[in-house]
Design a protein around this ligand. Sequence first.
Ligand SMILES: Nc1ncnc2c1ncn2[C@@H]1O[C@H](COP(=O)(O)OP(=O)(O)O)[C@@H](O)[C@H]1O
Ligand SMILES: [Mg+2]
Length: 364
Amino acid sequence: MADTTIIQFKDVTKRYDDQTVLDQVSFEIERGKFYTLLGPSGCGKTTILRLIAGFSEATEGDIIFNGKRINDVPANKRQVNTVFQDYALFPHLNVFENIAFGLRIKKVKEAEIAKRVTDALKFVNLSGYEKREITEMSGGQRQRVAIARAIVNEPEVILLDEPLSALDLKLRTEMQYELRDLQRRLGITFIFVTHDQEEALAMSDEIFVLNHGVIQQSGTPTDIYDEPINRFVADFIGESNIIPGRMVEDYRVWFAEKEFECVDRGLELNEPVEIVIRPEDLEITNVTQGKLQVTVDSQLFRGVHYEIACMDEVGNEWLVHSTKKATVGEQIGLTFDPEAIHVMRLNETEEEFDKRLESYDGVL
Ligand SMILES: Nc1ncnc2c1ncn2[C@@H]1O[C@H](COP(=O)(O)OP(=O)(O)O)[C@@H](O)[C@H]1O
Ligand SMILES: [Mg+2]
């Protein structure tokens, strides 16, 4: 464990009755970074936050904070504050009192409370709102009060459970910038939960992609987008073409009934695989120059690019993002670089996957 590590999960399992909600989850969180837990509803994101906060107990495994096992440390003794999905503000208290609440319980002196609340409000751009009633605040402002209430305790980690999901799209985007900026200014660790992949890609230093209580993949946004480990991740993060195939030999992969050059090696001869090509990595050519021959099924203009759905000769569907326009019904060619093909082994663990990709370094 590096000394920059603030939180570590070691084989943490959480069960309710006989439902396994988290299955041997292990990860490390480094101090001062912005982490995102990303996954569909019900995959276990809130459960992880509750375990870190101390609102729930692990069935098995160790939860380590600053090098110490904290499984038995009560919530109020943990250096962690949570911003809840519904903010959980007190409607009968004004802004100042909402933020001051935790400090009063800790019996912090009045002058100190006033100073810390003022500072926290300044941090979230709400100076002057001390006396406002919560009920008079907009959704975005309530969000900021909830964050101020978390940072006023000067925690080492802030947990944010889908804090932007109640906001409309424009405000949501604004708050994404604000939260990211706030995290940088504070320099403390944020663990942010969302089911929105674009939000995760835009905000995070590091993303953990979860499904069914298992971390599928962890890495930077670009790592995860460029090299998804499996079909779930490829599908969940961005749009993908995922096609069954087989590895012919090193640097040769077969799919759509043809052989293509690729950059992957070290797999078994004839091993069944799935290949991923991102829609923006496909380029439209005339039929004869294409590596694939496809027929255009439909086309939508998306502002920056056209989204073109095609089908190849053996019935695979291909989604293309192109600034070139196509014509529905037309036969076109598609071409792509060997690097655009990402080969996924079936049931590869994250450790095996990382090792394999590392072994390509220097080859690419
Ligand atoms: N207190 C509980 N008792 C029983 N099952 C629960 C409880 N809390 C959560 N679960 C179940 O655990 C799973 C994961 O829930 P949760 O962590 O809230 O998912 P997410 O936040 O990713 O949507 C869900 O299937 C949910 O029904
Ligand atoms: Mg949740």
